[in-house]
Design a protein around this ligand. Structure first.
Ligand SMILES: [Zn+2]
Length: 231
């Protein structure tokens, strides 16, 4: 498989890309890929602070996400602005995701799993819905010109070469991120509104990365299912 030159990472919330794939993203950037993020929700519910308002939180989380992306060398961050916790599989969302993919024209798409798994805190509903929508958009919706005719002529159909689905139960692809683990943690640290105790998070992320890498002899790893698209 050739190195991907353009990569789109499409997730439900600010911070999802860093938790699931920051090491892999950092490595792709170091290998010369141009990476774009598409974040479906505005993350406006992710706070335990009773004095926090949704409006303030949206701005804080967008700034945090942009800082995390800069840390990893991600070129572009686009927010679709859907309500946190209320994502549904609608035509509007499928069209919006298709449009962003057609705009960026990636070889590789990284997304979340559409399945409920029990090692991801039971999997957030937004993650499952966004994961399913992204896969539906890769095939067939952003390949076919008759899907979403309103996107033409500005956003021409596009074929993605492969997909990495963030997934930690019997993953097909285990990426060695030992060299970039510190960068992953630095990017995660940008999401300061999301944790009180970064030392505890640091330890948890290292523990999980180590567990994923163990069977392969890697100090730290991230894991995915990998789908190669027929051409
Ligand atoms: Zn999330």
């Amino acid at each position: 498989m050739e190195q991907p030159r353009r990569v789109a990472v499409i997730t439900a919330h600010p911070d999802d890309s860093e938790f699931g794939a920051a090491g892999t993203i950092a490595k792709l950037v170091q290998e010369g890929a141009e990476v774009a993020y598409v974040i479906v929700t505005n993350g406006n519910k992710g706070s335990g602070d009773r004095a926090m308002t949704s409006e303030r939180l949206v701005r804080i989380r967008q700034d945090e996400q942009r800082a995390a992306a800069r840390t990893l060398g991600v070129e572009r961050v686009h927010f679709l602005g859907y309500e946190d916790g209320e994502v549904e599989d609608t035509r509007e969302l499928r069209r919006d995701v298709s449009r962003e993919i057609r705009r960026w024209r990636p070889d590789l798409v990284i997304c979340q799993s559409p399945n409920r798994t029990y090692n991801l805190g039971f999997s957030h509903r937004d993650h499952r819905i966004v994961g399913g929508v992204v896969l539906d958009c890769v095939y067939p919706l952003f390949r076919d010109h008759l899907a979403f005719p309103e996107l033409l002529p500005e956003f021409e159909p596009h074929k993605v070469r492969e997909i990495y689905v963030m997934q930690w139960e019997n993953p097909q692809l285990v990426v060695d991120i030992s060299d970039v683990m510190d960068l992953k943690l630095k990017a995660l640290a940008c999401h300061a509104s999301q944790f009180g105790d970064f030392a505890a998070l640091d330890a948890r992320v290292r523990e999980r990365g180590a567990a994923l890498g163990r069977a392969h002899g890697y100090a730290y790893a991230e894991a995915f299912d990998r789908i190669e698209m027929l051409r």
